[in-house]
Design a binder for this molecule. Sequence first.
Ligand SMILES: N[C@@H](CCC(=O)N[C@@H](CS)C(=O)NCC(=O)O)C(=O)O
Length: 253
Amino acid sequence: AVTAATMQNIKFYCGWFCPYAQGVWTYLEMLSIHGFEYIEINPYKRRDSKQKMSLEEKARLYPEFIKASPLGLIPAIDHDGHFVSTCTDCMKYIADVLDTKKRMLNQDPEKLWQFFHFCQQELVPYFYRALLAQEKNEQNLALQYFLDHLHIAQAQMLEANGFFLGDHFSIADLALAPWWQRLPILMHYRNLHDLNKDPAFARLHSWWAAVSSDPSFQKTMAPISNLIHNYREYANGSATSTVAKTFAPQKYL
Ligand SMILES: N[C@@H](CCC(=O)N[C@@H](CS)C(=O)NCC(=O)O)C(=O)O
């Protein structure tokens, strides 16, 4: 069984700015009584940049991290020599192995994972496409798709108020929360209107009120002004990171 003591054997490779890592971090905070080892990794060439660092360079700077994450991406976990990387696999590992009381699941975990994958695979890409696109009409198209997917997301919530499950935080919430927190980035660089004031997103307002008042999630929230600065190379088209390549807008629109 996983006890508080074995939680202490977790090395969590994270980055303060990384939304993929943030969901995993929140989950670990929720389960942890005596803590885990938080290891800050900057996978880019410079501080606050989005310039790709070669794998060789990462392996030289962070040899232990590369063992846990062979592609050199955060988040990653080293649990007593058991290595897990990518946001989804880390979440699954925590849910299966560490969340012994299944605090973040319910009787129907399949529905939660479905929503999780919908957010990760369908919705989140438009956040990046809107930010990465340099042409105005590509930006606007991506923003429109992003809003369409947010509408679908809120329609899928299982209860009328609060978290995805109503009164209970779950993995479903963690798939969307880091990007909703980052909406001001799209407001700053892409003129997105304030969705927190848009009555079309009333269900998500109630959801965000619940998520953003949770102490575990709050621990992981970077100041938005720091995030806006950190994301500027996505917005000005100079980013060379994996995310920038994966969501290069011309490939998708
Ligand atoms: N598909 C990965 C994405 C993770 C990711 O792209 N993380 C970024 C930071 S937000 C990273 O480590 N980038 C380093 C790089 O591009 O080399 C996941 O789901 O975990």
